[in-house]
Write a protein that binds this ligand. Structure first.
Ligand code: HEM
Ligand SMILES: *[C@@H]1O[C@H](CO)[C@@H](O)[C@H](O)[C@H]1NC(C)=O
Ligand SMILES: *[C@@H]1O[C@H](CO)[C@@H](O)[C@H](O)[C@H]1NC(C)=O
Length: 481
């Protein structure tokens, strides 16, 4: 969500409607009514909007950790309260805050997503808690765990090769962020639903953009709002997936499609641990969820890796050496094998350091299931809770000289528990970590093998909107080896 979007006329009207909605006002008044409780210190800001705009502004300046740091210094370095997205919210800081939230799932806390996310991804995993979430996660994980993903590695490599041949090879200048988007989207279309026809992919792409733009937005379903456009786009994608599922069921029956060819087949033929098959709507909503959760995140990391490698030739050279060593053992045209991925240790340390310094996601949300105490403060039941990657990733006691790029931090046992959390943690940790790892490694392997590059704007600003991205798309000049 852009700060500027909030200032346009339809948005102001929207905001009025928002302000007039009684339940929210009631909730707001209620949150101020805890005279006897020792709540965490902090400010709830303006009615309903709370400190949302200030939080967004610090993200827009590319330093979301400043919002957190300022308040940690002003109120309490362990925990403080604020208000965002129409909800009172408590921010848990540092590795101890991460540890508390990640270890207390289903006890004192439970995963929570903003209303817009829940409304758009209605029957998917993000709206499930407790036992239902556990079984659904297990089922999705049976496609996303390393053992299963091994089988899709060659396909990933060929999508990456083909993408680079089409969109990078022979070009002098490439705008990285929009181009990497196509790779991430082509890969997801191919591995999730075997959509490989380029015209179908490019027809789907703008609808998918509309959908993505509204996933995190004010949940006001009026013509013109981002949320409304996203609902419409999601429904169009749902209709297409319905047709694909109908055909796939027939093809599976007639042995014309393979039960292991993609996520869609996998979900159609695999029951969960209680023996239940997902309904058609659940399959579609979960595919939409994975498309959303895996898209701008992976794309952001790949773009940031390209930036850092462009800025630090000595790191680039070391990555190149490792990747050439891997290629040397292979015949021309032979696709990447599982053993090759295991040899990409330095490249993964580099990507991990990128994820520490430039995490695509600033944090995620939980909800208090009970009244409980933390750091001697009372947290009321129903309040929303959040943590922040920046508050631990930039802590000098956990990462000495935290602003310096140093991939060797990830050698040996790596960072202390709960200090490094680009993928969150606990029972609701990111499901796509291994998928993202392969997606990033495979792409960067193909990039460095073929090209060296220079950045047009050496210190281009990156900002959160809502995920981390380059303000000008990151233009690079490519040189083939
Ligand atoms: C580098 C890329 C990625 C990053 C940094 C990232 C980060 C995150 C974070 C921070 C969370 C919240 C975790 C928590 O609340 O504890 C999350 C959840 C999730 N991610 Fe990722 N993610 C990435 C890629 C992916 C990919 C590629 C997929 C799918 C293929 C994916 C699927 C999911 C799902 C389904 C959830 C919700 C899990 C649940 O609610 O139980 N992510 N991710
Ligand atoms: C939580 O605390 C509030 C305020 O003291 C109290 O009114 C409420 O009954 C408590 N709820 C539970 C579930 O203990
Ligand atoms: C909570 O307060 C008690 C009594 O004032 C004190 O002894 C204890 O150290 C405090 N605990 C924390 C985590 O601050």
């Amino acid at each position: 969500m852009e700060v500027t979007e909030l200032l346009t006329l339809p948005a102001v009207l929207t905001l009025l409607v928002f302000l007039l909605s009684l339940p929210l006002i009631t909730k707001f008044v209620k949150t101020r009514k805890y005279p006897n409780l020792n709540l965490p210190p902090g400010s709830l800001g303006w009615p309903v909007i709370g400190e949302t705009l200030r939080f967004l502004r610090s993200g827009h300046e590319g330093r979301p950790e400043l919002f957190i740091k300022e308040r940690m210094e002003k109120y309490d370095s362990r925990v403080f309260k604020t208000s965002m997205l129409g909800e009172p919210m408590v921010v848990f800081c540092g590795a101890a805050g991460n540890k508390f939230l990640f270890s207390n799932e289903n006890k004192d806390v439970q995963v929570w997503w903003p209303t817009s996310v829940r409304k758009l991804l209605r029957s998917s995993l993000v709206t499930k808690v407790g036992y239902d979430a556990k079984t659904m996660r297990k089922l999705l994980m049976s496609f996303l765990n390393p053992e299963a993903l091994k089988n899709y590695l060659a396909k990933m490599d060929s999508v990456a090769c083909c993408h680079i041949n089409t969109h990078w090879q022979g070009k002098e200048v490439v705008l990285v962020y929009p181009t990497v988007k196509q790779y991430a989207f082509e890969l997801a279309c191919c591995l999730f639903a075997s959509i490989e026809d380029p015209t179908q992919v490019s027809r789907l792409s703008p609808q998918f953009d509309e959908f993505l733009k509204g996933v995190i937005s004010f949940p006001i379903n009026l013509p013109g709002t981002r949320f409304h456009c996203a609902m419409k786009a999601a429904n169009a994608i749902r209709e297409l997936l319905k047709l694909i599922i109908k055909k796939r069921r027939v093809d599976l029956e007639e042995n014309k499609a393979s039960p292991t060819q993609d996520l869609l087949s996998h979900l159609l033929v695999t029951p969960d641990s209680s023996g239940r098959f997902l309904t058609e709507i659940e399959i579609i909503d979960n595919i939409l969820l994975l498309l959303f959760a895996g898209h701008d995140t992976s794309r952001s990391v790949i773009t940031s890796v390209i930036k850092y490698l462009g800025q630090m030739p000595h790191v680039y050279e070391q990555v190149l050496e490792e990747q050439l060593e891997i290629s040397k053992g292979k015949e021309a045209g032979q696709l990447l094998q599982w053993e090759d991925i295991q040899k990409m240790k330095y490249l993964w340390n580099v990507a991990s350091e990128v994820l520490r310094l430039s995490p695509p996601v600033t944090g995620s949300y939980r909800e208090a299931l009970n009244n409980f105490t933390y750091a001697n403060y009372t947290i009321p039941k129903g309040w929303k809770l959040t943590w922040s990657t920046g508050s631990s990733h930039k802590d000098p006691t956990l990462f000495p000289e935290p602003d310096n790029f140093d991939a060797s931090r990830f050698e040996g046992t790596g960072p202390a528990p709960f200090s490094y959390a680009p993928f969150g943690g606990g029972p609701r940790m990111c499901l796509g970590q291994e998928f993202a790892r392969l997606e990033i490694l495979v792409f960067m392997h193909n990039m460095v093998k073929r090209f060296k590059w220079e950045l047009f704007i050496p210190n281009e600003k990156f900002l959160y909107d809502p995920m981390l991205k380059p303000s000008k798309g990151l233009a690079i000049r490519l040189n083939s080896h």
